[in-house]
Design a protein around this ligand. Structure first.
Ligand SMILES: *Cc1c(COP(=O)(O)O)cnc(C)c1O
Length: 403
């Protein structure tokens, strides 16, 4: 490489990462960004001409490729074309956007909803629009990066509480002057660990200390609750979260993010949040696909039952073999390996046996808790899950991760 400044801090940062990637590739330990050429039924994918079991997917209900969703997307292209005319406020609000937001509001039992072009942009923009200098944001230590970034961007005082530790959350709340605005933020299901936030206790504390509550339902919409409506349904509570955030890129096989809540909050966001005002609307095909997906979740509840059964099988099998799977209760199953190197080697053994799993390493997770972050979906067949677990277990034994 030939940069104009060969030894400044930026150059060093770039080089360090490039060298790390090259080193992993040389040792056949690099499995990120793989080219998938086809989505196959049964939770499988075609990668470099090989059929692999897909255990790194967030398509929890197996809705990618659903005929009704594909048709809705194609019809939207026929009706509207492929793009919008720009930002919605001035040029690009289509009927299909309003329909999607009505569907989300009804699905989440709220008065209204607003969509953005990604989940990441949603958290960034919504948190920094609602909260500002002089306010306090209180965030679970394991919250998603987009929440952390939104908190930092807001300029509010940033406090973190120990992961899912309600005593620590209360301590933090007590430390904040009573007259200050505050918001508690948490993932519903934690994306690296698969455990569920103690919503009843969080709600109680927010009421006691007069704090706003925002929950990120990226991994619970369509997953938790008997009908897939999310974390409130899971705990038998109705409309106790002020800001219900979610993404349209996981269980919902599209792209985008949303917030559902009271009409006044949504009206405010529609006119104050910069990701809505200064960034283009969702493409019509993606909005229509997302709209149809919410309807299918309600029409085909057996998908949720299948997801729950598959998750149970996957967790019990790996736990039973001796793996540490932390506190997971969901389809996200951390398979703790230990060091980053062990996680990379576990990945290589599994990938060579046609099981698509990926490592999560530091600094995304603590240094000694590097892991395969495996996921199971409703699309998987129980017999295939057995095969995948067999591969993971044999890899773990070979590397001494388990006995
Ligand atoms: C994936 C994810 C996001 C970001 O969503 P995108 O639509 O992919 O940008 C936000 N929060 C959590 C918890 C996530 O897992």
């Amino acid at each position: 490489m030939d940069f104009h400044n060969t030894d400044d801090a930026v150059t060093k940062r770039i080089r360090a990462m490039v060298d790390r990637v090259a080193g992993l590739k040389e040792n056949d330990l690099y499995f990120y960004n793989q080219p998938i050429t086809e989505m196959l039924p049964g939770g499988k994918v075609l990668v470099n001409g090989r059929i692999m079991g897909m255990y790194a997917s967030y398509s929890y209900l197996g809705l990618i490729g659903h005929p009704r969703i594909n048709k809705a997307a194609k019809d939207a292209i026929d009706q509207y074309g492929s793009g919008t005319h720009g930002v919605r406020t001035l040029a690009g609000s289509l009927r299909v956007h309003n329909e999607l937001e009505e569907t989300i509001a009804s699905f989440k039992h709220t008065e209204d909803a607003v969509t953005y072009s990604s989940g990441y942009a949603t958290n960034l923009s919504v948190i920094s629009t609602l909260m500002g200098r002089g306010d306090y944001v209180i965030s679970d230590k394991l919250n998603h990066a987009s929440i952390v970034d939104g908190c930092l961007m807001s300029g509010a005082e940033f406090r973190r509480f120990k992961h899912n530790d309600m005593e620590d959350l209360e301590r933090r709340l007590q430390q904040i002057p009573a007259d200050r605005s505050k918001m508690v933020m948490a993932d519903s299901v934690f994306s690296m660990d698969g455990d569920i936030i103690d919503l009843p206790k969080v709600v109680e504390l927010c009421r006691k200390y007069n704090a706003w509550l925002m929950i990120d339902e990226a991994h619970s919409t369509g997953v938790l609750g008997k009908t897939g409506r999310g974390i409130e349904e899971h705990f038998g509570m109705d409309d106790v979260i002020d800001i219900k955030m979610g993404t349209l890129s996981k269980t919902i096989p599209s792209v985008g993010g949303y917030v559902a809540g009271k009409k006044e909050i949504i009206t405010y966001l529609r006119h104050a949040s910069r990701a809505y005002i200064f960034s283009a609307a969702l493409p019509p095909a993606q909005a229509a696909a997302a709209n149809e997906a919410f309807k299918i979740i309600l029409d085909e509840p057996e998908r949720i039952e299948k997801l729950n059964a598959n998750s149970k099988q996957f967790i019990n099998g790996l736990k039973g073999a001796g793996f540490n799977t932390l506190q997971t209760e969901t389809a996200i199953v951390p398979v703790i390996c230990g060091s980053d190197e062990l996680a990379f080697k576990m990945t290589r053994l599994c990938q060579h046996q046609d099981q698509f799993v990926l490592p999560v390493i530091s600094p995304a997770v603590p240094e000694d808790l590097a892991r395969l972050r495996a996921t199971v979906t409703a699309a998987h067949d129980p017999a295939d899950i057995e095969v995948a677990m067999d591969v993971i277990i044999r890899a773990g034994q070979e590397l001494g991760v388990i006995q």
